[in-house]
Ligand binder design. Structure first.
Ligand code: GDP
Length: 562
């Protein structure tokens, strides 16, 4: 039986549909959202107008690479090269993105200022591609590393051209040529070797090669991409970063992709909506307009959008609110469905057969989708027998949010953070209040080991009988006080008082679940009697002992799990 609020899988749904004479069509969340926007006569993603309406726009760049190869330092260094920033008092605000002007061509380039793949993959996972070019940072003294390849895979999968920044060339042992050689294996062949990827040797700390790097970005953009946008339409873009500011309320850095965003515009981003109250750029200046490829901090949302949410300007506040509300209710029901789990009929049968199954519920958050997938794969493959199941009810890229904790708390689940932390202290507090365990890992194997141990901990303990001793009955006495007393000789091991016992007669068990209630050596009580010695044994619950019976004693021992 499936209850009315239970979710079923697609096959079951299709089967059910056909029984009821319906054709079931499963749509993706993106399709659903497109339909929602269409119902308001809106469309996200395409520039309006014709070719004449398009103007060139700056490229949007994300810096990726292995940890410690210098992404942060490079972004810092590039920030300081900005020739325009000099006049405006420098880039003073960390708003999640900034624009610089390349010295050589005096053209703007927009940098997403959240190093790591997180922003990139989070946004790509949500179908919003903001990056035009990836700068792949590889330390010349360290060479190509796993995250280098991961970053490269992400960029290539997204069809985004790569410029390689060979960093730390100032360091002893730096071997920029080796990096070029290593990357040819992954299809990135340097121009000087006849390929079409630009490699630039830089030192982020010494500020060497930065102009050349910016130049390479522009040249690559010109060669591989045609970057234009219509600046005259209603603005559309993507939320890159957002948080709740104590003084200013929800703030979000929005990268405008097309159109021009203006103060006073009604906006909706994901499940958040509002009206642009003010916009602040990376120099801390308030601005009234933001055109294509401009990142800008937007004040005026009524709640905090998620990174990667698409943002669009709509005709009036009412429309913005309706879109946000519809998205929110859709998301809520999707989460509820996920929480209840998609159980197939087979699952139900199985759990009925097995009686109660115990489940370990997990929410997995990680820095990149690759590691989240890898971890989930490894975890669901853990096999500790059929008594315990592991179920991942939610997974995602990015910081651990309130939502993750709430999801986990309903099912007594735990949250795993792989290379990520909670989104602010509030989330930690919430977890503590809700009794949700958040575990942080940076090494996949450690996560797997611990979860495996947890699963084993959930298994009911298994006990096995351990033989302690046996005694042969040689004589039987009756005592008015102690009842029947078996006069025995211990044949093997030892007999202990209070040990569990059974009685075997002619090879058959005639009494089980007994306890040695009284044990005596001659007239004295004994706690144990060793092999070869005589003793008197009596049971309070069994009086029918016979000569030649064998009394076996044993105890139950917990078997450690392998
Ligand atoms: P990220 O993890 O990729 O963001 O790396 P960071 O930018 O935090 O840099 C990691 C370490 O490498 C820091 O200690 C930096 O000071 C150092 N570093 C970064 N770039 C250079 C460079 O060009 N030369 C040298 N010698 N050290 C660098």
């Amino acid at each position: 039986m499936v209850t009315a609020t239970e979710s079923v899988n697609e096959e079951t749904l299709a089967l059910l549909g056909s029984e009821l004479n319906y054709t079931v069509q499963v749509v993706s969340p993106e399709d659903e959202d497109r339909e929602l926007l269409e119902s308001f006569d809106l469309e996200f993603g395409e520039d309006e107008g014709s070719a004449e309406d398009m103007v060139a726009r700056p490229p949007v760049v994300t810096v990726m690479g292995h940890v410690d190869h210098g992404k942060t330092k490079l972004l810092d260094a590039i920030r300081s090269t900005d020739i325009v920033a000099g006049e405006a008092g420098g880039i003073t605000q960390h708003i999640g993105a900034y624009q610089v002007h390349a010295r050589a061509q005096d053209r703007a380039i927009t940098f997403i200022d959240t190093p790591g793949h997180e922003a990139f993959t989070a946004m790509r996972a949500r179908g919003s591609q903001v990056t035009d070019i990836v700068i792949l940072v590889v330390a010349a003294d360290d060479g190509v590393k796993p995250q280098t390849i991961e970053a490269l895979n992400h960029a290539q999968a997204a069809g985004v051209p790569i410029v390689v920044a060979v960093n730390k060339i100032d360091k002893e042992g730096a071997d920029p040529e080796k990096v070029r050689g290593q990357l040819t294996e992954y299809g990135l062949v340097a121009e000087e070797y006849g390929g079409d990827t630009m490699f630039v040797d830089v030192s982020a700390t010494q500020r060497v090669g930065l102009d050349e790097l910016l130049d390479a970005v522009l040249l690559t953009a010109d060669a591989a991409l045609e970057l234009t946008a219509n600046p005259t339409q209603d603005a559309q873009g993507v939320a890159i970063e957002a948080h709740l500011d104590r003084g200013r309320g929800p703030v979000a850095t929005v990268l405008v992709q097309r159109g021009t965003l203006r103060v006073g515009d009604s906006i909706v981003a994901g499940e958040a909506f509002g009206r642009v109250r003010a916009m602040i750029d990376e120099h801390g200046e308030t601005i009234t307009e933001a055109g294509p490829a401009r990142p800008v901090l937007v004040l005026g949302f009524t709640s905090v959008p998620d990174a990667g949410d698409n943002m669009l300007v709509v005709s009036e506040d009412r429309v913005a609110r309706q879109i946000a509300e519809r998205r929110e209710s859709r998301e809520r029901s999707a989460l509820q469905a996920a929480r209840r789990g998609r159980r197939t009929l087979e699952d139900f049968m199985k759990s009925m057969e097995q009686g109660e199954t115990r489940e370990l519920i997990l929410v997995i958050k990680g820095d990149v989708s690759g590691s989240v997938e890898a971890l989930e794969d490894a975890l669901v493959k853990l096999d500790v027998g059929s008594d315990v199941d592991l179920r991942v009810i939610h997974r995602g890229v990015g910081a651990i949010t309130e939502n993750d904790v709430n999801l986990a708390s309903v099912d007594n689940g735990i949250v795993i953070g792989f290379n990520v932390r909670t989104q602010g202290r509030g989330v930690e507090r919430l977890a503590a209040e809700a009794g949700v365990d958040i575990r942080y890992y940076t090494v996949i194997y450690q996560a797997i080991d611990e979860i495996e141990a947890a699963l084993k901990g959930m298994l009911k303990p298994e006990f096995a009988e351990a033989q302690l001793g046996s005694a042969e009955v040689r004589d039987v006495f009756r005592s008015s006080r102690a009842g029947t007393i078996a006069g025995c000789i211990v044949r093997q091991g030892e007999i202990r008082r209070n040990a569990r016992a059974r009685i075997v007669r002619d090879g058959a068990v005639v009494a089980d679940n007994l306890t040695i209630d009284s044990l005596r050596r001659f007239k004295d009580d004994a706690t144990s009697v060793a092999e070869g010695f005589e003793c008197g044994i009596s049971f309070s619950s069994f009086n029918d002992v016979k000569v030649d019976d064998v009394i076996e004693t044993f105890e139950m021992r917990e078997i450690p799990r392998a």
